[in-house]
Design a protein around this ligand. Structure first.
Ligand SMILES: Cc1cc2nc3c(=O)[nH]c(=O)nc-3n(C[C@H](O)[C@H](O)[C@H](O)COP(=O)(O)O)c2cc1C
Length: 318
């Protein structure tokens, strides 16, 4: 496998463990590496430890192609997580990026400082659709707020910062939010967090299935939305920042599709429950070879010229 350069580091291949997939604590991070992840994005860490929402927090509907989750950002807080990342580093030479969330710029600044000496980069979670009032997608749908948060984090962190975007906005707002993040110093965009929130109801109890009531939609049904967001971002900002694709990836074919749409690398969350990152990587390189690409780099953005042409016909692009 030919390695790739992402967020200032060499990754063995372009497939990382997404925030919240496995890596809430050290054993989760170890597990992700043993199962072949090229990089780790930690579970989102908040300023203080959080217990998260009451259960059930995750429900899978494989026949319908999606899962819903409303974990509520359970995490051990920055002090404990810094120690866990240090222990992880003693064991493995795999890039680790801290995912962080707060309710405004000051909180993001504190978290950025807390992880500055231990993490290879930061991912700003301004996109969780079920984290509660004042958190997540509520912040990430407003370009000015995203600019303030990104600037605060970039100033306090010595390394690359990626802003994780919500798909729950229209195309114009998406591009405004992304531009705000880039102007404020983000080196990468992660797209996308979960869609929604969505609702499922238990027929017998006539109550929402999830403890929180609603939850973010992930898994294969999210893939076409995530791909479109990645392609829109790549068309507009592909020369300026790295784009990390996430949403519904479970096979090498999925990964190649994201590369063609302009992603430099990808993350996997829902499918990591049943498939190893290393297996997806092997499939990816086999398919790239079959398609005539010598390395992932050559495939990045190959679909964009034709995508741009089709958007032009819709009047959505110049
Ligand atoms: C159980 C679960 C927990 C998640 N926790 C987080 C989180 O803490 N922070 C975050 O930014 N995204 C979180 N996500 C979102 C994923 O990182 C990812 O953006 C989304 O699930 C789409 O990818 P997928 O279809 O591969 O799951 C979580 C997703 C799931 C399924």
């Amino acid at each position: 496998m030919i390695p790739v350069e992402v967020l200032g580091k060499r990754w063995d291949h372009p497939i990382a463990c997404a925030s919240g997939a496995l890596a809430a604590h050290l054993p989760g991070m170890e597990d992700a590496v043993l199962r072949g992840a090229a990089a780790i994005f930690t579970k989102t860490i908040t300023e203080s430890p959080r217990e998260g929402h009451p259960g059930p927090v995750f429900v899978d509907y494989p026949d319908e192609g999606y899962a819903l989750n409303a974990m509520g950002l359970p995490n051990p807080g920055p002090d404990r997580m810094v120690v866990e990342i240090e222990e992880f580093r003693d064991e493995f030479d795999v890039p680790v990026y801290a995912s962080v969330a707060a309710d405004g710029p000051e909180g993001f600044r504190k978290l950025a400082r807390a992880f500055s000496d231990v993490a290879d980069g930061l991912e700003l979670n301004v996109s969780c659709p079920h984290a509660g009032k004042g958190y997540g997608a509520e912040l990430g749908s407003d370009p000015e707020t995203v600019a303030e948060i990104t600037e605060a984090a970039v100033r306090a962190f010595d390394g690359p910062v990626s802003v994780k975007l919500t798909p729950n906005v229209d195309r114009e707002t998406l591009l405004e939010v992304a531009a705000a993040a880039i102007d404020a110093g983000a080196e990468a965009l992660t797209a996308v967090n979960t869609l929604g929130p969505g609702l499922r109801i238990d027929l017998r109890t006539a109550s929402p299935v999830l403890g929180a009531g609603v939850g973010g939609l992930s898994g294969p049904a999210l893939k076409p939305i995530a791909l479109r967001v990645v392609a829109d971002l790549a068309l507009e900002f592909g020369e300026e920042v790295e784009i990390i694709g996430v949403g519904g990836i479970r096979s090498g074919e999925d990964v190649v599709e994201f590369l063609l749409a302009g992603a430099k690398a990808v993350q996997v969350a829902t499918a990591a429950r049943e498939k190893d990152f290393g297996d997806i990587a092997m499939e990816t390189y086999r398919i790239l070879k079959e398609l005539g690409y010598e390395e992932p780099e050559e495939a990045i953005g190959a679909a964009l010229p034709e995508y741009r042409e089709r958007l032009r016909r819709l009047g959505w692009c110049q």
